[in-house]
Design a protein around this ligand. Structure first.
Ligand SMILES: Cc1cc2nc3c(=O)[nH]c(=O)nc-3n(C[C@H](O)[C@H](O)[C@H](O)COP(=O)(O)O)c2cc1C
Length: 178
């Protein structure tokens, strides 16, 4: 049994990313403790590169909304990143949270596996390539295991993802995660 944290990167509540994350969580909850956290619940602006986290006691960020996020991540064995595609990247809100992990505090985290779920409106075959390249670099740099990916094309409006086969794929990936 692992502690699985799913970090949802869409500000659109009950949107496609939320629905995909919930489906994954349904499967993962069969054998794990699972928590979904969403950028929509925190106010985290872009990292300003002040580096004060390097010298602050506990290495926390001055942005206090990050305290709750750090707390959740500290308990995670598996981290699942779920994001809508915004201009071929992840959402700005998600990037802001990830950037604020540029703190020595992250060395106290026990995350050993990462999974990635992405949803975009376009049908382009190479839609996810820029993010997949970053994902691979993060896996390599932090010596993390790839727990799998779910990539969904052609979903634009809220709810478009309902009934798509990738929802089952997310459920199955959740079931096998540990
Ligand atoms: C600011 C913005 C930029 C977007 N850029 C892209 C893009 O580059 N490629 C793409 O396929 N879809 C793009 N989309 C569409 C979203 O990825 C798509 O609507 C997705 O389903 C939204 O997920 P959500 O319902 O969880 O918010 C963009 C949407 C927004 C709002």
């Amino acid at each position: 049994m692992s502690n699985v944290v799913i970090l949802v990167g869409s500000m659109r509540r009950d949107g496609n990313t939320d629905l995909l994350a919930r489906k994954f969580a349904e499967g993962a909850a069969e054998h794990n403790s699972v928590e979904i956290i969403s950028v929509a619940d925190y106010k985290v602006a872009s990292c300003i590169g002040c580096n004060t986290c390097f010298t602050r006691e506990g290495n926390a960020c001055f942005n206090h909304d990050m305290d709750a996020v750090y707390e959740k991540l500290r308990c995670a064995d598996v981290l699942v990143i779920a994001s809508p595609i915004y201009f071929y990247g992840i959402s700005a809100e998600l990037k802001a949270i990830i950037d604020r992990l540029h703190t020595p505090m992250r060395n106290t985290f026990a995350i050993r596996k990462l999974a990635l779920m992405l949803v975009g409106a376009a049908e382009l075959p190479n839609l996810f390539d820029p993010i997949l390249m970053q994902y691979q670099m993060v896996l390599d740099f932090f010596h993390l295991q790839d727990a799998g990916t779910v990539l969904v094309r052609g979903v634009k409006e809220k709810g478009d993802i309902i009934g798509r086969p990738e929802m089952d794929e997310a459920y199955r990936l959740g079931l096998t995660i540990a």
